[in-house]
Design a protein around this ligand. Structure first.
Ligand SMILES: C[S@@+](CC[C@H](N)C(=O)[O-])C[C@H]1O[C@@H](n2cnc3c(N)ncnc32)[C@H](O)[C@@H]1O
Length: 280
């Protein structure tokens, strides 16, 4: 590298700045999640549907926070014990506390992260994901999990990650936004098949089997807001891992996955399944 400016350029790949239509007239999952997390990047339709969900599940804000906490614990595990140095995050969401590169680079400064989301508002905020420290690096790809081949073929992916080496793939609170008919298992599998042995996948997913009545109300509210939302059973969530080897404790309620400190009194209080598995 010839000078500091070149070095900086190498470290981060910024997405092109183009005008985007945020469609603030309809609710978006990224902005509803931001609302539940206490963020400011949300609009009246996001808050209205977010509150409708909260009526059905009063603990929904806690659930969102617990999901986010899982992401932190899973990335710390991957960057620490599992020795992963590169991450592919699908369905990144609006940047918030504990973004993957921050967590991973706190353990291993050289960690590289490719973020992917299909929501223009996440694209608009992607600059906040570009503040790598040390020798680490991040890139943002505006793309859709429905087209996993395009994600894999994106030049930003190949210039940031080496797919010959293990990758930590994170599919955290995204798969429920894809209907069965659109085969979320097949889409995830395309990404998983492209990764080297020793790679990991981390998944969280709202569960259909914690409080089926409350979940049915949420699904109904989502449909009224023109949003696809599919809570799934533990067995359906476990299928995402395929033949990869689940790390302990397997597919469990999100609060029960390797909790920091004391195990929670009621791990099933947040209606999300979670797990991490390793490619053999
Ligand atoms: C509930 S948020 C989860 C954010 C983050 N993964 C987390 O758990 O903290 C879901 C994110 O997935 C994105 N998303 C939804 N469907 C997507 C798709 N088909 N392709 C890419 N991103 C998608 C949304 O825009 C949103 O940012």
């Amino acid at each position: 590298m010839s000078n500091a400016a070149d070095w900086m350029k190498q470290r981060t790949e910024e997405p092109p700045v183009e005008p985007v239509d945020l469609r603030i007239d309809i609710p978006h999952s990224a902005r509803m999640y931001d609302f539940w997390l206490g963020g400011k990047t949300n609009f009246p339709p996001d808050r209205a549907l977010g509150e409708a969900f909260e009526q059905a599940i009063p603990g929904i804000k806690v659930m969102a926070r617990e999901n986010r906490r899982f992401l932190g614990r899973a990335v710390r595990y991957l960057a620490g014990e599992a020795g992963i140095r590169q991450f592919l995050d699908i369905g990144t969401g609006i940047p918030t506390e504990g973004n993957i590169h921050e967590v991973a680079q706190a353990t291993a400064a050289e960690s590289r992260v490719v973020y992917v989301d299909n929501d223009p508002i996440v694209l608009a905020h992607a600059r906040a994901l570009m503040d790598s420290t040390g020798t680490g690096r991040t890139a943002y790809i505006h793309a859709d999990l429905m087209e996993p081949e395009k994600i894999l073929a994106d030049p930003l992916l190949s210039s940031t990650l080496d797919l010959e080496q293990p990758v930590g793939l994170t599919l955290v609170a995204i798969l429920m936004l894809i209907a069965d008919a659109d085969d979320p298992w097949g889409r995830a599998r395309v990404l998983m098949d492209a990764l080297a042995p020793g790679s990991y996948v981390a998944v969280t997913h709202p569960g259909a089997d914690f409080d089926p009545v409350a979940m049915a109300s949420v699904v109904e509210a989502a449909a009224k807001g023109q949003m696809t939302l599919v809570p799934r059973t533990r067995e359906e969530v476990a299928r995402f891992f395929g033949d990869w080897e689940l790390v302990e404790p397997g597919v469990v309620p999100v609060m029960g996955w390797r909790p920091d400190g004391e195990p929670p009194a009621d791990p099933a209080a947040a209606y999300y399944w979670s797990g991490v598995a390793r490619k053999r």
